[in-house]
Design a protein around this ligand. Sequence first.
Ligand code: BG6
Length: 467
Amino acid sequence: MISAFPEGFLWGGATAANQLEGAYNEDGKGLSVQDVTPKGIAGPITEMPTEDNLKCIGIDFYHRYKEDIQLFAEMGFKMLRISVAWSRIFPNGDDTEPNEKGLAFYDGVFDECLKYGIEPMVTISHYETPLHLAKTYDGWKSRKMIDFYVRYATTLFERYKDKVTYWLTFNEINSILHAPFISGGILTPKAQLSKQDLYQAIHHELVASAKVTEIAHQINPKFKVGCMVLALPVYPMTPSPDDMIQTLALDRSNLLFSDVHVRGAYPAYAKRLFKENGIELEILPEDTTVLKNTVDFVSFSYYMSICETSKDVERDIANILPGVPNPLLKASEWGWQIDPKGLRYVLNTLYDRYQKPLFIVENGLGAIDELVQDEQGAYTVKDDYRIAYLNDHLVQVEEALKDGVDVLGYTSWGCIDLVSASTAEMKKRYGYIYVDRHNDGTGTLKRYRKQSFYWYKDIIASNGASL
Ligand code: BG6
């Protein structure tokens, strides 16, 4: 069988520190916004970490990363996407000196990856703003955040310049539109956050992202820096021109982020968006210069598509962003609509728009798994539903490759079961590896290979030919 996947395609898996490391207060780590959100993105903010916050222990990757990376290596991973917990390195965020124990932990993780020939990809900020920055500065609303973030990212670039090549500046940067606390560390309640403040915070993040892209390239010209957006293809609900115009507007609200990252300036349509919403951004002259430091590639998460209509109807929350459900698509147990062809569509539209290499850094099915014994008596999960989901999506990646799209790699989300982001539970599993931990906090934390583990191993070994 001939594979459409190019040689050197980066197959692997993706994770985030706050969802798997645990050890939330060990070795000098400070608190982050995750430590006070036990119920996930839409849930309440607690004063201090509470016992029901599953992220405090996570899946204990902090102490078990060697075992986990060995399992990833067994599947043949070429890449592992992790994030660095900002508050492990700068416990308060505005500290002047980094925490050596935090830095040493990631040295260990990267060394372990490299031992097996696994290339690490690092998300610098994955919904883990130090809590102190949220409480003291209201997160990215403040321009001061740019300096704190630059200091933090520069520390990582210098420390790991010979171990890490691929960097992502902000996870799903456009999610700040709907989750300002988790995504942007903005403590002001969403309902009271003005569009002016929200877009000023976005501007600060965009400047910070461009600034560290510049620094990264100075520190190591071989570094590849990407932006990371939540990709959500929007289909018009009907052929009505009004629906189409509305679709265009919704699409642009998300595309604005990658447009700035790739083109180095705000797009023409931003002018009207800002004017009609009474937004007057404070853009310093140096910001305009900094923004010109564009990314090397565009990465994105893809889970589902949504519809848009000009009618005034209820919107569901699709992943983190609101959308109108598509009547033609089935949904996961969490209501996320399954649309493999939407991935081909996203790959094509982003490539047509930017002609930049693309990277699918998240995709997967969150499902309830049952640990059972196989014919030989070994414990496993018969997750044919997950295999079907991933296979269907990868077939569409193959189609996009045939369409001529330049795709660098694919790291499926939550390659080992971890705590979910939106609802902060264990029950919603994405992994090839089952972790014995449950919503009530019980479990041995033992790891088990699911059926999808062997399926993915074959896919990687055949470079996609066994799809
Ligand atoms: C993305 C996030 O939104 O989706 C991840 O980058 C998250 O952190 C993933 O885990 C899946 O979402 P959830 O809520 O099912 O964990």
